[in-house]
Design a protein around this ligand. Sequence first.
Ligand SMILES: [Fe+2]
Length: 701
Amino acid sequence: MDQLLNRSIKLNQTSPEILRAQIRASFHQTADLYESLFENLVSDEAYFVKPISLRHPLIFYFGHTNTFFINKLILSGLISKRVNAKFESMFAVGVDEMGWDDVNDQNYDWPKVHEVKVYRARVRQVVDALISELPLNLPIDWESPWWIILMGIEHERIHLETSSVLIRQHALKYVKPSADWSICPEQHAPAPINSLVNINARDVEIGKRDASYGWDNEYGVFEKHCSAFQAAMYLTSNAEFLGFVEAGGYTNDDYWAEEGLSWKKYANANHPTFWTGQASQWKLRVMAEEIAMPWSWPAEVNYHEAKAFCHWKTEQLGATVRMPTEAEWYSLYEEAGLSDEGVSNSEEANLYLDHFASSCPVNKFAHGELFDVVGNVWQWTETPIFPFDGFKVHPIYDDFTTPTFDGRHNLIKGGSWIGTGNEALKSARYAFRRHFFQHAGFRYIVTDTPIEDHSSHYEDDKQLSEYAEFHYGDTYYGVPNFPKALSELAINVMQGQPMRTALDLGCATGRATFELAKHFDHVTGIDFSARFIGLALKLAQQGVLRYTMATEGDLVSYQERSLADLGLEDVVKKVDFWQGDACNLKPSFTGYDLILAANLIDRLYSPRHFLNAIHNRLNIGGILMITSPYTWLEEHTPREEWIGGFKRDGENVTTLDGLKELLGQHFELVNQPLKVPFVIRETQHKFQHTLSEVTFWKRIL
Ligand SMILES: [Fe+2]
């Protein structure tokens, strides 16, 4: 195998034909490598028995990477004919490979191994022909058809690694060591004693800049100041982890956080998963054999085990021990002086399959004062994956990342001995459930800096998403943004009057609150729904809102809106949001120059009570702005509480009549009522178009 081909291809080249040749070579080399990995299986039977219950048998993964090519090429219109429709349905999606869901236990009628080999060969011909014939225009970027070919190659490289983990989890009788996949011979040296290295404070800026293929989650910008901290010189070795095991680490529940504890009980775990044998004579399961425990190799554990170790170590050291965050891992990387493009010299790290088909001693590859900042095994971080500012979903693989933005998938960094292509880059961001096993271990750090919460999953509640789009999204049918239009009307009416504080009552997701704050000293948004307020608060705190939008049926698109894009980032300090009941407001909400009650009165349980008391909240001369489509519904307002929309003594009573009646004592109507339209998008094919009547009332008494 050509080791250099395991590097990511640089796409900023000047010769299209050299690039084309490199992509073809990388495509075939990745496929060769992938097929060679399966030579570690002893028999056809080994393809059909599941290594672990949560995953498909390996026959699925053998076919899956080629089916992925065909499905993505068809989706992007680069080819039109399937190679094998039956296989391409069976091998398409089995398990959320980034997730952890149970495999549906239906009986799959898997094809024979030799049939899949024939299929793989045919797909190779199709992709090879495409690589030969497709016009290549530089640069190759995210929109280029070549991006899809690179996506297929990099996807296979991910499965090269995850399939190697499955082979490692397979029963020993199904695997055999092979010459192409030889393990590190340095197995008997004692482990080095770990020590702490000072890491300087620095600002880190994250976000892919290098000129190679990247997954959607790597793009965008994230900036963070990292305080100084101390980091373990070495990854935690098997010997160091033994200290935790022998101290009763797996039996003392106090070391385990809640989620880790339930995993430990569920899995009945009492030692790292790849440790086998007895406590008196531990062995290590590597990919295709068991060996006497190499104490100097890194301990491979899931996040929960690493975290429990850190709690134990905190007790030992009398200082807070944890894993680095994503940003702190970048700080380690920069402290080590590694290049932005990743390791290019094959002597530098146990990465890219340059050296072994296994881990190696934790003191073999130095990076500055530290060892194994990249390579050997992946390193767990404390950071659940989150989208950087400017994140966009790649339309051809729209479920690669977004399902992992749930706060339950932690990032792993650094790559392992089998990390090739994109996986080995500084900018790579792979995230797995915290109880997941990879060729992954950890480096501990000592710091008092708390872990920052970036949780920002996509809001997928239908009503919240509709409102998020209504307030912050696109306009439809030429109808201007409603909350913004209301704010502009209010400001017009307020000309010449003091604009100190305003109250946006029934603010929903808060757009008018932000808009009014462009003119007022301070604006408070209040809504009855804690969910709406939660969304408005999140936007105020994070500056960005992400939500899914129904297109049709179960299909959704992903949206990101930021205050900066809407020109509202400077007003954040002038707004606050509270959950509250408009019919029963806290006494402190008073003294306003403007109260906006947008689409509120026909949603109150007692609009009469609200209208009778609202003057108390407004300064004399202040303006009450009421907008409503007067959609009276008994589910919100008992019929006897309606203030209009019914007959009294045989005569029609409109809501405007009711408003005049109830507000007349303290207010005078300013201007004629206006009808202001708004559109709420339900799906890409269904929209609600409504007229809201706007009235302004000046407090005179
Ligand atoms: Fe996949």
